[in-house]
Write a protein that binds this ligand. Structure first.
Ligand code: IMP
Ligand code: MG
Length: 184
């Protein structure tokens, strides 16, 4: 409801803000070590990954650049449409960069396998994936993840950037909404 507290719509917390913070710190440290001497470019997928990106980049201690892409595979609901489309492309070419795609969640795998294929054709030095969440139960296409935060069950999750109908991105933790919210 317009202007009301978000918290009231949450049924349960899956990953606390504290646990996210600790994990992101650990991922940032690993990435900093792994990309030493490389030319790291974080390619983030709008809009869901922005909160993760904002925290992750501040845990990276080597030089890093960021660029954004927007793709759509979902409509306004909770099921994938199976079609991936580029809504906003990167600002610059990828030659000479070691690309790390930063995603919020790997679900069916449609979005990430499409992105990896598209970005590979632009000849980066390397291309890897960092995802905060992995929902392996729903995989339709195999995707190799290099850095993964948490594995989550086959439920539609929100918070820390992830939305339901464009809302709930501002929750500082990962949660599941009350059943009646998804039915609306
Ligand atoms: P995939 O293409 O099915 O792997 O879906 C990836 C995209 O779908 C993510 O970038 C999210 O934006 C969205 N998505 C998948 N599962 C969820 C969820 O549980 N909550 C919110 N968004 C989701
Ligand atoms: Mg999304």
């Amino acid at each position: 409801m317009r202007g009301e507290a978000v918290e009231g719509d949450v049924r349960k917390t899956l990953v606390t803000a504290q646990d996210i913070q600790a994990k992101v710190k650990e991922m940032g440290a690993r990435i900093s070590a792994d990309y030493k001497g490389k030319n790291l470019l974080l390619v983030s997928v709008l809009k869901g990954a922005i909160v993760f990106l904002a925290d992750l980049m501040r845990e990276i201690t080597i030089h890093v650049e960021v660029d954004f892409m927007a793709v759509s595979s979902y409509g306004r609901g909770t099921q994938t449409s199976g079609v991936v489309k580029i809504i906003k492309d990167l600002d610059a070419p990828l030659e000479g960069y070691d690309v790390l795609i930063v995603e919020d969640i790997l679900d069916s795998g449609m979005t990430l396998s499409y992105l990896v294929n598209v970005l590979k054709q632009r000849n980066p030095n390397s291309i890897k994936i960092a995802t905060l969440l992995d929902k392996p139960s729903r995989r339709m296409l195999e995707v190799r993840v290099d850095y993964c935060g948490f594995v989550v069950p086959a439920e539609f999750v929100v918070g820390y950037g992830l939305d339901y109908c464009e809302k709930y991105r501002n929750l500082p933790y990962i949660g599941v909404l009350k059943a009646e919210i998804y039915k609306k």
